[in-house]
Design a protein around this ligand. Structure first.
Ligand code: ADP
Length: 240
């Protein structure tokens, strides 16, 4: 049978300076999955994303991307990455939305830039300065920048930090739409567990090792959460 795996980790372990952070992680992400990566602070979620992006190399185990071992993988444009939000106060130069998004497009391609702005619904903001925008709007700019490279997988690290509640609903709708309509594979690190369990198709819970990987429903029913976050933690799973 042909493998449909976009990303596969086999017995991956990683340490920073001999301090183990991830141990024996085996995980398969299928094309079209919407994976929520959850787990306690310091559990290794961001480190795992850095491994998938080839920014760190595991000391043990292997990672393959569309069947190619990571050290030989070249199609990095296939993996879009939206890092944790940087405060736009850090941007000293006045820069427009269109300019930011065009940095993501191959050779600053205008069509790819316009398409990405359209995809996230911010074409009307193209000429505005990044610094003038709300947190939620800026978040969309960085998603558009990632989409301008036409990736097959989009990795988001804590994407709703600094985004107000009203804009968060809109944000999750956008991500669901990219997953459903564009068949984009999504990997989203989040601390917002109550929301995430209702949005994603698969959960991966990381706390040094892979505590859980599967449907959100089984994660809740089997009470993994109380073991990780304390006995009083309760969940609400909305009907779909
Ligand atoms: P999470 O994203 O789940 O909060 P991280 O992957 O950021 O977890 O961190 C996992 C562990 O690795 C933490 O104990 C953190 O202090 C440590 N760590 C993260 N980055 C580095 C680094 N560059 N050098 C050394 N230790 C690090």
């Amino acid at each position: 049978m042909m493998s449909n795996a976009a990303i596969e980790l086999n017995h991956v372990s990683f340490s920073y300076n001999h301090e183990p952070v991830l141990t024996d992680i085996s995980l398969r992400i299928e094309s079209g999955d919407y994976v929520g990566v959850i787990g306690p602070n310091g559990g290794g979620k961001t480190t795992l994303m850095r491994l998938l992006l080839g920014l760190l190399q595991p000391q043990e185990g292997t990672i393959t991307l569309w069947g190619t071992p990571l050290p030989r993988f070249k199609n990095w444009h296939s993996i879009g990455y939206v890092p944790q939000r940087v405060d736009s106060g850090d941007f000293r130069l006045p820069i427009t939305v269109k300019e930011v998004v065009s940095f993501g497009a191959p050779r600053n391609n205008k069509i790819a830039t316009a398409a990405a702005l359209e995809q996230v619904g911010i074409a009307d903001l193209a000429k505005r300065g990044l610094r003038e925008l709300s947190g939620g709007q800026q978040q969309k700019v960085f998603i558009a920048k990632a989409l301008a490279a036409e990736p097959k997988v989009l990795i988001l690290d804590e994407p709703t930090v600094g985004v107000d509640i009203a804009a968060q609903d809109d944000f999750y709708q956008l991500i669901a739409r990219l997953n459903m309509e564009q068949r984009l594979t999504i990997i989203m690190v989040s601390h917002d567990i109550d929301v995430v369990v209702n949005e994603v198709s698969k959960l991966a819970c990381i706390n040094d090792h892979l505590v859980y990987h599967g449907l959100p429903k089984n994660f809740i029913e089997k009470d993994y959460l109380s073991n990780l976050y304390g006995k009083t933690r309760k969940f609400i799973l909305h009907g779909h």
